[in-house]
Design a protein around this ligand. Structure first.
Ligand code: AMP
Ligand code: ZN
Ligand code: FE
Ligand code: FE
Length: 277
């Protein structure tokens, strides 16, 4: 067995730790292959890979892209060139979509009586070093203003899908997202399928994404129990997708245990993810 982690967030998006501190945590937990997958930004990738090299961890370039396909999907991209121009332009477009959505969320919040501004959320994000502002920063601003007792209550009451200040925002299409990752030499993987779609919606979704260039399916992800991991592995096999594993660690914020998932050595196509073949 090996410990790997291909889904981690740093303070460059909505995690709490720097890439360097994350890599120390990975070393401590004996993780040997890892990818930093911040939301819609690759700004943390180079410092993360440099820190991995110093501590002899196999670092893989990564990102978690927001894409729209009926609802918002998260597509992980791996092993791409982080300086690829078209990818950078696409990520910037997604960050602009985030900014539009964030402003609308804050407007809704104020209409609901919460004294919170976009500028406050953006200041919190900037102070943390983030280049990709998201709902967790708005949740922090709500907490700081005393509108909610915790980040989780901010999501449950206002920010999650179906809650009173939720805003549906279009990002790049799923097909465009798959092409961008492939165009940068990378491998696109559907993140946390069970958080994204109902069980019976997953096969048609995978069929369409596979036709668009999807490479893998995140089978080990937080909240997936053993039966769901097994079902995800079966789906991966059925659709010819590679199974991957990630903790979606944000710095311990959402009750995530820590980094690192134990998998059998033959689970991942190591050679491709690690730059060989
Ligand atoms: P965004 O990309 O700005 O829409 O924010 C997505 C992030 O918000 C996720 O990666 C999680 O960190 C956090 N998040 C989303 N849904 C929830 C939820 N229901 N409870 C707590 N955190 C959540
Ligand atoms: Zn996040
Ligand atoms: Fe996600
Ligand atoms: Fe994530």
């Amino acid at each position: 067995m090996l410990k790997i982690d291909l889904h981690i967030h740093s303070a460059f998006s909505d995690g709490t730790l720097s890439p360097q501190v994350l890599v120390r945590e990975l070393k401590e937990k004996r993780v040997c292959v890892a990818s930093l997958t911040d939301h819609d930004t690759v700004d943390g990738v180079e410092p993360f890979l440099a820190a991995c090299r110093r501590l002899s961890i196999q670092g893989v370039s990564g990102v978690e892209l927001s894409a729209t396909h009926d609802r918002v999907l998260h597509i992980l991209g791996y092993a791409f060139d982080p300086r690829h121009e078209a990818l950078r332009v696409g990520l910037e477009r997604n960050r602009n979509s985030r900014n539009i959505r964030n402003a609308q969320i804050c407007e809704k919040l104020r209409a609901l009586g919460c004294d919170v501004t976009l500028a406050e959320a953006e200041t919190l994000a900037r102070e943390a070093g983030s280049s990709s502002v998201g709902r967790p920063h708005i949740a922090q601003a709500l907490c700081a203003k005393g509108c909610v007792p915790s980040l989780q209550v901010a999501f449950d009451r206002y920010l999650k899908r179906g809650a009173s200040a939720h805003v549906f925002q279009s990002f790049m299409t799923a097909e465009e997202c798959l092409q961008l990752v492939r165009g940068a030499g990378g491998l696109p993987v559907l993140a946390h399928p069970r958080q994204t779609a109902l069980l019976d919606q997953i096969p048609p979704l995978l069929s369409r994404l596979k036709a668009g260039g999807l490479w893998g399916l995140e089978c080990w992800s937080p909240g997936n129990n053993a039966a769901e991991v097994y079902r995800s592995l079966e789906l991966a096999a059925e659709f010819g997708l590679y199974p991957t594993a990630g903790s979606d660690f944000h710095g311990g914020r959402h009750g995530a245990p820590s980094v690192g998932i134990r998998v059998a050595e033959d689970v991942l196509p190591w050679a491709r993810l690690c730059g060989g073949l």
